[in-house]
Design a protein around this ligand. Structure first.
Ligand SMILES: [Zn+2]
Ligand SMILES: [Zn+2]
Length: 579
């Protein structure tokens, strides 16, 4: 991978050189390799067009054909400054100014082009395969990611060592674009955003809301089956609560401004935790009633910069599938094991079957920077590690990566295109129980501190649904499909029969629509296909006389005529919620 990064970084330099040849007034910013490719940011006098990208690609091929040596030079700082000042490269100058006074400056030169760069690079431009790179698109990017600074143009490209690898990658990108949840959300009428509401705030249309409701119903059932209780909490609370919890001190930048109610400041919740803690504290707890597992589909609001908002994946208001577990030391192991089991069961039910886990631990050299008792940290970390080992999970151990308040396990899941998404987190907390002075009465009749664990499985309903739409490409499995069956009358005369079929299927619990429009049957079938409805039942005179339906499946095609009861029996299994 490091080699591929070097290769891609060299392609980025070749691109920058080509841009400077075609647009001598261009100013260079930065151009690193990234996952799947590279980019370079430029200040240019006009926006680049797709034709410009083609011209830049052609110029890059000439630079590769010139087979220029790529040479590293180390300059004294003053000399480097002088060089980039003369070249008018003010962004490079700004970067040099930030280097320590006495540090020398590393530059790479190929032909007439020199860039400020730490490297490493290929030895010659001719080592790049001229058929194995592609410039993909141009996007706006603020210098240093700071919206108060200059807006630059970022050219994204991708590069591989062979043409075949490039082509496979481009195909994957096309497939990803076809599955883009923003596009499918519009085409399938699942959700929308409105400027009048505000950025990052989702409007769930009936079909999207149906899918969400089904996921929530399934989620609740699985939690109840596994000994959780469901709780609800308010959307706002007095500022004092957020002061006690520490959110005002540590999290204020992500919280919205307060509102005044009867002269007291209230804030919208960014998290549900303090509410569950107050429920815990509403009376004395005995060791006998632990563990308590309290789950809430809790809607929270967090500030995100407008530039990072992205469909359902990055929003400002979202519903967490949150839960908090309060338990005794001797229950820790079973509780954590239970969370992992539940998480994997839920995710596998949605067809995810590849996971990666990461265990974030404290830095043993620096225990004073963590909240809570080091002995309890050791205990919690030992439990997390032992469970992952015993289960034989592949996981990465990240020493020193734990938050100051506790160690955690993150589970990443991989979708149908093998893209990784942030999944469940299991997070210990040694801070809030202290701040709120949580206790339970032990067998010894003395107060003890319970262990507290925060966990989400799906993360947020919004983001999870975004993932799920892309994972399924919008073709939800039967149990999740907002419309499971579409009845298509061939002519107007068959509408009454179609409605009778709909009535019977609805009675059996299926979600059914009738397409009664005055359109040709071929058109109705195509429409239902586009809507990715699992089953289409065509009903014409022949079906009506025989009391049958002509069954068509969205991917298997024509399945022939069936009696309604046969059809019902054949789909009842796949229409059932898993678990
Ligand atoms: Zn570079
Ligand atoms: Zn929490």
């Amino acid at each position: 991978m490091a080699e591929l990064d070097t290769y891609r970084h060299s392609v980025a330099h070749v691109m920058a050189q080509a841009v400077k040849r075609l647009f001598p007034e261009a100013r260079l910013a930065i151009g690193p390799p990234i996952a799947d490719g590279f980019y370079y940011d430029f200040e240019l006098e006009r926006p680049l067009t797709p034709e410009d990208l083609e011209a830049i690609e052609a110029e890059m091929r000439s630079i590769i054909a010139e087979d220029l040596p790529i040479e590293r030079r180390v300059l004294p700082r003053a000399e480097a400054e002088e060089f980039f000042r003369r070249a008018g490269e003010r962004y490079k100058l700004e970067l040099i100014e930030e280097l320590p006074e006495d540090e020398e400056v590393s530059c790479y030169t190929q032909g007439e082009f020199t860039d400020l760069c730490a490297g490493p690079h290929l030895a010659r431009t001719g080592e790049i395969d001229p058929e194995a790179f592609k410039l993909l698109n141009v996007a706006g990017a603020y210098w240093r990611g700071d919206e108060r600074r200059e807006m630059l143009q970022r050219i994204y490209g991708t590069a591989f060592e062979t043409k075949e690898q490039l082509e496979a990658h481009l195909e994957r990108l096309e497939e990803a674009a076809r599955r883009d949840h923003r596009r499918l959300g519009r085409e399938l009428d699942l959700f929308s955003f409105s400027d009048e509401v505000g950025a990052g705030l989702v409007l769930w249309h009936p079909k999207g809301a149906t899918v969400r409701m089904l996921i929530e119903d399934f989620w609740r059932r699985v939690h109840l089956q596994r000994g959780y209780d469901i709780v609800y909490s308010p959307h706002i609370a007095r500022a004092g609560l957020w002061k006690t919890s520490g959110h005002l001190q540590w999290y204020r930048d992500s919280m919205y401004s307060g509102m005044n109610i009867d002269g007291v400041e209230y804030l919208v919740k960014p998290m549900n935790c303090p509410f569950h803690i107050l429920m815990y504290k509403s009376r004395t707890r005995s060791y006998r009633e632990l563990p308590l597992r309290w789950a809430e589909l809790g809607t929270v609001y967090r500030y995100e910069r407008s530039g990072v908002l992205h469909g359902l994946l990055r929003v400002r208001g979202f519903t967490q599938d949150d839960a908090h577990i309060f338990c005794r030391p001797d229950q820790l192991e079973a509780e954590i094991e239970g969370v992992i089991d539940l998480a994997l069961f839920l995710l596998k039910s949605f067809g995810f079957d590849r996971f990666e886990m990461e265990l974030s631990l404290s830095d043993p050299e620096n225990m004073d920077k963590y909240a809570g008792d080091p002995e309890r940290w050791r205990e919690a970390e030992a439990v997390l590690e032992a469970i992952l080992e015993r289960r034989g999970e592949t996981y990465k151990k990240a020493v020193g990566e734990a938050a100051f308040y506790g160690p955690k396990i993150d589970i990443k899941l991989f979708d149908a295109l093998d893209r990784g998404w942030q999944g469940p987190t299991i997070q210990f907390d040694f801070n809030l129980p202290e701040r709120f002075d949580l206790t339970y009465m032990g067998e010894d009749n003395l107060p003890h501190r319970p262990y507290m664990v925060h966990r989400t499985v799906l993360g947020a309903m919004e983001r999870f649904l975004g993932n799920l739409i892309e994972h399924y490409g919008g073709a939800f499995p039967m149990w999740l499909a907002p419309v499971q069956v579409k009845v298509l009358p061939v002519t107007e005369r068959n509408i009454a029969y179609a409605e009778k079929v709909q009535g019977r299927l609805r009675e059996a619990g299926l979600r059914v629509e009738v397409d009664a429009r005055d359109e040709k049957i071929g058109y109705k079938v195509r429409q239902a296909q586009l809507e990715k409805v699992p089953y289409m039942l065509v009903v014409g005179n022949r079906e009506e006389q025989a009391s049958t339906v002509a069954v068509r499946h969205r991917s298997q095609g024509d399945l022939g005529p069936r009696s309604l009861e046969d059809f019902l029996a054949s789909v009842s299994e796949e229409a059932r919620m898993p678990g």
